[in-house]
Write a protein that binds this ligand. Structure first.
Ligand code: GDP
Length: 297
């Protein structure tokens, strides 16, 4: 992940550091290269524009132009701008501040890793916070999905809502919360149905479940490998149902990184967690400063 972008940016800074003092033209040329590197990494165009303008504005300041190591000075500015684009320094944790059982709604397209991520979050809440978690699948289109979540819950060692054939998503969600209340669960994770593409029926279903359960977190799960599509998906979900956070999966793959870099600016929602593999332990907090550090090597 980020390898190409990282390689290209380090090339730009190496070029700058060979030059000694910089002229405005040197900075402009470097910014042109930064712009191309970001577009190549599949970062959304408005994000690239904003990014380059901000960096340029700071980099033509006297401090950089008169610095004895201008390459480093520009790299520092780019580092800060990357952190800002990624959402600002520090992890934004899951918000579970509500009366138990706290409803967490998982949304996203089929294949994004939504069900696996529900299991990963359950495991993390169980092992790190000793929370009692109930998993419930609202996927009535694919009965296999409900079974998959039930088996996952068994592997993780958390509860799962018994399957009742024929129940509709809103009914299942209500039953999950009732069960959560009655049986003393701390968190109820509602895994909504995924579809292969966004359609109005899917959005209406998610809205109905949201209105029936009033979730504290509505987490969108997106696949980092899908680049710009991940950002478009996030934008659509955010407009239709309002998301409170993003979980970006397959950050272990060789995605170019554009989705991670565009997500915050386009949706306003923070990336809270990242998936780093198929194993249930492969879930990490998202730290913009660490990602920026990795990009700049
Ligand atoms: P859903 O249709 O959105 O519920 O997707 P699933 O949870 O069934 O995941 C689809 C596939 O992606 C499964 O094979 C998962 O093991 C895999 N997967 C999920 N998250 C990650 C991740 O972070 N990294 C990798 N490499 N694979 C993942």
């Amino acid at each position: 992940m980020f390898d190409t972008l990282s390689g290209k940016l380090s090339g730009v800074f190496e070029g700058l550091s060979k030059r000694g003092r910089l002229s405005e033209a040197d900075v402009a040329e470097a910014m042109r290269e930064v712009r191309l590197a970001m577009l190549d990494a599949d970062v959304a165009l408005p994000v690239v524009r904003d990014f380059v303008n901000k960096v340029k504005e700071k980099a033509v300041g006297t401090e950089v132009l008169e610095s004895i190591s201008p390459g480093q000075a520009v790299a520092k500015i780019v580092n800060d701008a990357l952190i800002e684009a990624l959402g600002g320094a520090g992890n934004v944790p899951l918000n579970l501040a509500a009366v138990a059982p706290v409803p967490v709604l998982m949304v996203g397209l089929q294949g994004s890793g939504k069900t696996t991520t529900s299991g990963k979050i359950a495991l993390r809440l169980l092992t790190r916070e000793r929370k009692r978690v109930l998993l419930a699948s609202l996927d009535v289109q694919r009965p296999a999905a409900q079974l998959q979540l039930q088996q996952l819950a068994e592997r993780v060692g958390v509860g799962s809502l018994p399957i009742i054939a024929g129940q509709q998503p809103v009914e299942i969600a209500r039953r999950a919360l009732e069960t959560g209340r009655r049986e003393g669960y701390d968190v109820v994770i509602l895994d909504t149905a995924g579809r292969l593409s966004i359609d109005e029926a899917l959005m209406q279903e998610v809205r109905d479940v949201r209105d029936a359960t009033n979730p504290v977190e509505t987490l969108l799960v997106v696949d980092a490998m899908t680049g710009q599509d991940a950002v478009n998906t996030a934008q659509r979900f955010n407009e239709a149902v309002g998301i409170t956070g993003v979980v970006m999966t397959r950050m272990d793959g060789d995605a170019r990184g554009g989705a991670a870099l565009s997500m915050r600016a386009i949706t306003g929602a923070p990336i809270k967690l990242v998936g780093l593999g198929e194993k249930l332990e492969a879930l990490d907090d998202f730290y913009p400063e660490r990602v920026a550090g990795r990009i700049l090597g």
